[in-house]
Design a protein around this ligand. Structure first.
Ligand SMILES: Nc1ncnc2c1ncn2[C@@H]1O[C@H](COP(=O)(O)OP(=O)(O)OP(=O)(O)O)[C@@H](O)[C@H]1O
Ligand SMILES: [Mg+2]
Length: 367
């Protein structure tokens, strides 16, 4: 956008606006270029003409930064420093190719001196409002990060402490398998072994999520096979809850995916559905079909439905409703997994009737 069209400039009368345009220095920044560092002198205000910058603040020891907010075109930053003359309280980095107009404090003060009182008041009134928004965002971010760190540490301890008893169970099931060659025993022993492995995988997935790690170990995955296996692994559990688990899949649907992660996502959805059915006789149905360029997994239950209060931010971490002990990570992890696969997720839900999640994964190219 042109400098004259910027919201900040438009607060001024035409004469002062022209003066500002004359003294403003237009500068281009590339991705990751630093506009200023925390602690730098505050000598100018910046108007964003194109692109976007990220405001972040040092947190804890070392070079850790918490991103507080992003500022896009037609907005501005750095005004606080020029009002209180304190060093910069945060770092600003370009988060894409960005054009900024830099206006030095001295120039601005000269122009403000000639500006009508009500205009100056209007400009100054923006600052506390802006400060309030940024502070709130910062506090939320910090709280979020602290919770994540705590969860990471907790899960790490669990994994650490449980690894040896888990290995013990797996070994025992292998020995039992050798002692009892009949088919049924073999299947039960395999199931024990797999379930233990799943518990470890689940804990590791939560750990990875809390650390922001979305690395995928992808391979070609046949969704039909994956879903049938998923059903088998959960059958014992769902049978004990009077819930019917139905899997209905088209054959030959192949995606490039990290199988552990897809299983994790389905497991989180299943846990929520079982909680929503809440001991009643219920039905959970998983379908998979080809839809345009996607493989679509449709996951539905006839539980009590997603409460209105959280529908808009369901996929955010720590959003939980009406559950004792719900951390609110389940669907956030599902979304992170779908996103990491280049897919999309959405849902429909009616109170008292049920919920359906739609997961779309890109169809694998077969060469
Ligand atoms: N299938 C569903 N039916 C009804 N409500 C649901 C369903 N799935 C999610 N919800 C609602 O969404 C909230 C958030 O779900 P999410 O899985 O993210 O967290 P949680 O289940 O509360 O906690 P966690 O999964 O971390 O133990 C739940 O507390 C519940 O109120
Ligand atoms: Mg959940």
């Amino acid at each position: 956008m042109k400098l004259e069209e910027h919201e900040f400039i438009r607060y001024f009368e035409p004469e002062q606006a022209a003066q500002i345009s004359q003294v403003a220095i237009i500068k281009k920044f590339n991705l990751q270029d630093i506009v200023f560092e925390e602690g730098d002198d505050s000598d100018a205000i910046f108007l964003v003409l194109e692109g976007q910058v990220k405001v972040s603040k040092k947190s804890g020891e070392g070079n850790n930064y918490v991103v507080i907010t992003s500022i896009g075109s037609n907005s501005f930053f750095g005004e606080l420093g020029i009002i209180n003359k304190q060093p910069r309280s945060a770092r600003v980095v370009a988060s894409q190719g960005t054009t900024l107009a830099k206006i030095y404090y001295n120039h601005l003060i000269d122009i403000l001196a000639e500006t009508k009182g009500d205009v100056v008041l209007k400009i100054l009134s923006i600052v506390p409002q802006w400060l309030h928004n940024v502070t709130t965002k910062y506090v939320n971010q910090l709280a979020y990060q602290e919770k994540m760190t705590l969860i990471g540490e907790m899960v790490n301890t669990i994994i650490h402490d449980f690894r040896s008893p888990f290995t013990g169970i797996q070994l025992s099931s292998s020995i039992l398998k050798e002692l009892h060659p009949d088919q049924e025993s073999q299947e039960w022993c395999d199931l024990i072994y797999m379930q233990v492995q799943r518990m470890l995988n689940m804990a590791e997935e939560v750990l990875a999520f809390s650390q922001g790690d979305t690395k995928l170990y992808s391979q070609k995955v046949e969704i039909g096979k994956l879903l049938k296996n998923f059903k088998k692994l959960n059958q014992v559990y769902t049978d004990s809850t009077f819930v019917e688990l139905i899997v209905n899949v088209e054959e030959g649907l192949i995606i490039n995916a990290d199988e552990n992660k897809i299983n994790r996502a389905l497991q989180n959805l299943l846990a929520n559905s079982l909680e929503a059915i809440n001991q009643n006789k219920g039905k959970i149905e998983i379908k998979a079909q080809r839809k345009d360029r996607w493989v679509e997994i449709i996951f539905s239950d006839n539980g009590y439905g997603i409460p209105e209060e959280i529908k808009n931010n369901l996929f955010e971490a720590f959003v939980s409703y009406g559950k004792q002990g719900g951390i609110g990570l389940g669907t956030a992890i599902v979304k992170a997994i779908v996103d990491a696969h280049g897919g999309e997720i959405f849902f429909e839900s009616t109170l008292g009737k049920g919920t359906t999640f739609y997961l779309h994964f890109p169809v694998a190219k077969i060469y």
